[in-house]
Design a protein around this ligand. Structure first.
Ligand SMILES: *Cc1c(COP(=O)(O)O)cnc(C)c1O
Ligand SMILES: [Zn+2]
Length: 424
């Protein structure tokens, strides 16, 4: 919080003080980047001091965040982040790489990456004494807000499309949020959440609108650097500088996660805590590829699409953080890839069978993107690649059954079992 200087518009570069604006740039609607005082952060913390922290959550990076510790120790708010990083040899072999790292953000309190953003948004809401928090969601952002609001004992309102997978709707409801399903698309729910926030004075967490979600999501970049260093250079001496993978693969819908990763690595570079940026690779479904289209066109104009993909978490007509998302890949020397729904189903099976990670379709899309990048020779086999799984497969059981197929049902006899096994 001490290092929070204000905001800078990602489009026109106008600067605002911490209390001047709440959401987007008043001049052009551009996404706002949070501006931090890096010299102040360097006085407070270092890679070694953070690595000595006993806080095994995103709050170990508190000096780099524009909010205070939200309190509520012992609740799920302090279980967000510090998710496992795996180094599965069989997955590397399958992908045609010497090594691969897999960070599993399905292992968050509400089983998706979105907890990082919602935890920081709840901390911000407390600080500005906002009462009710509202968000539009395809499911995960809402579940994350509902969960974090429950941890903090605060009211939340979630607007989601009625087509959201039933497990996600159940999650919204069980945490006690006010859940309203919209007979329309995510994009329509998004517009309605904005209208409701201004009509009722609610604090709006919606992705690509609230500047604090990126600040929560950037903690994944910090963990990637810190954990990658621990795993790639496993000596006990604390490091003054962290290492990073050569390339990071992440799935993209609104473009807020990849923008958050970019911000996190930029923060670390500005602090001198890493020496270079990893290349960021964004992966979209061919059925929802507005940011991919802008990237391959060479510009940064986002033209909406009619999104249709089984990966519901990245099904977006008009990405709300598209410009920053294009830049995240372009400025780091990465790229965008578009993958089919069939290749996402294959990726779900491969991640589960070669790495024991059960990903929802949008999470597995990142790995499908790596497979496509290997085919297109964007990645060398000796490069150090990290794939980020953004959500648990338990959130969308129907898609998992589509990927895995049905189990046979038999009479409970050995003969029936033999014939089912083909040993009759
Ligand atoms: C939200 C989400 C994404 C995409 O994040 P954006 O910020 O919308 O690009 C990817 N995977 C999962 C599981 C998500 O919930
Ligand atoms: Zn602006």
């Amino acid at each position: 919080m001490g290092a929070f200087l204000g905001y800078r518009c990602s489009l026109c570069a106008a600067e605002y003080g911490p209390r001047d604006v709440t959401y987007t740039c008043p001049k052009d609607g551009g996404s706002l980047d949070v501006v931090l005082d890096y010299a102040a952060i360097r006085r407070l913390a270092s890679p070694a001091s953070i690595s000595a922290s006993r806080e095994l959550s995103i709050w170990r990076y508190l000096p780099l965040l524009p909010v205070d510790d939200p309190g509520h120790e012992g609740t799920a708010l302090h279980a967000v982040g510090w998710t496992p990083m795996l180094h599965p040899a069989r997955l590397a072999q399958l992908a045609g790489l010497d090594q691969v790292w897999l960070k599993d953000d399905g292992r968050n309190p509400t089983a998706s990456f979105k907890d990082r953003a919602s935890a920081v948004a709840v901390a911000r809401a407390q600080e500005i004494a906002a009462d009710i928090i509202v968000t539009a969601s395809t499911g995960n952002a809402g579940a994350a807000l509902a969960g974090m609001a429950a941890a903090a004992g605060r009211p939340a309102v979630i607007l989601a499309p009625k087509t959201a997978p039933p497990a996600k709707v159940a999650q919204l409801l069980i945490f006690g949020a006010r859940v309203i399903l919209v007979d329309g698309t995510y994009d329509q729910a998004f517009d309605l959440a904005l209208e409701a926030a201004s009509a009722f004075g609610w604090y709006c967490r919606s992705t690509g609108y609230n500047p604090f979600t990126v600040e929560g999501k950037k903690t994944a970049a910090f963990e990637i650097a810190e954990q990658f260093t621990m795993m790639a250079q496993p000596s006990s001496a604390p490091k003054a500088v962290w290492d990073v993978p050569d390339a990071v693969f992440v799935s993209v819908g609104d473009g807020n996660i990849i923008s958050g990763l970019h911000k996190g690595f930029k923060d670390l570079l500005a602090l001198g805590w890493i020496e270079r940026m990893p290349r960021l690779y964004g992966v979209q479904s061919t059925g929802s590829a507005a940011i991919y289209n802008a990237f391959v066109s060479g510009g940064e104009t986002i033209t909406p699409v009619r999104a249709s993909t089984l990966a519901d978490s990245i099904s977006v007509d008009l990405p709300r953080d598209g410009v920053r998302a294009v830049r995240a890949a372009r400025e780091t020397g990465g790229a965008y890839l578009a993958v089919s729904d069939e290749s996402i189903l294959v990726a779900m099976r491969d991640l589960a069978r070669a790495a024991a990670v059960f990903a929802e379709p949008a999470g597995a899309a990142a790995y499908a993107g790596l497979v496509a990048a290997m085919r297109d020779r964007l990645i060398g086999r000796d490069e150090r690649v990290l794939v980020l799984n953004t959500g648990s497969g338990l959130k969308d059981v129907r898609a998992a059954m589509q990927a895995a197929g049905e189990a046979p049902v038999i009479e409970p006899t050995l003969n029936a079992l033999k014939s089912s096994l083909g040993r009759g």
